[in-house]
Design a binder for this molecule. Sequence first.
Ligand code: DX5
Ligand code: ZN
Length: 220
Amino acid sequence: MKDCTQRIIAPSILAADWSQVANEAQRAKDAGGDWLHLDVMDGHFVDNISFGPTYVEAVRRTTDQYLDVHLMITRPDHFFPRFIKAGADNITVHVESDHDVASTLSGIRKAGCHCGLALSPDTPFEHMLPYLDQIDLLLVMTVRPGYGGQAFMDKETMPKVEQALAQREQLGLSYHIEVDGGIDIKTVQTAARHGANVMVAGTSLFSAPDMPAAVTAMRD
Ligand code: DX5
Ligand code: ZN
């Protein structure tokens, strides 16, 4: 497992061809992707429905890649055990969801899974402060969660990446700083410059004419 000083590229399955998911997972790996990012949406926390634990389990059977599961759902505390059982390596929950955040994070960790905490563009970074020593990954959403293919929200979100980095250094912690939404060859440099090391990218990678070249360009 890479540490928080290394760049990690996480292709997002949301933008893949779901009818060929085994091929798509392999394509992402062959292209040099480090993790696979899986977006779970419940039609309540966000205005879209994607897939649940059964699909994550199906993806798990196709690949040995690190599965980074992002729960955009109202009750992550109720559902996280099913995603652990499905084979998630990391589960990221939102600070805005309707749950006892500390208890959800410790439950995920106790089950032997890495845990992440996400914040949406409209949420102040201060909402994350009580939980920083309880996470393996901090996800700064760089679009409003719910859909792939949106534009990167530079001004609203890069100050939060900077805060995540400053707090990590000040507190001597080692969580990854992940960005998700509108990441391409250009915006990845902005995110990296501000302190992000895990780059989630859906549209820009799965629609690239040459996926290995796109992953390489994102890494350099
Ligand atoms: C958005 C999801 C993202 C999405 C990113 O709600 O959390 O992971 O797949 O897609 P792109 O890279 O297309 O913006
Ligand atoms: Zn995501």
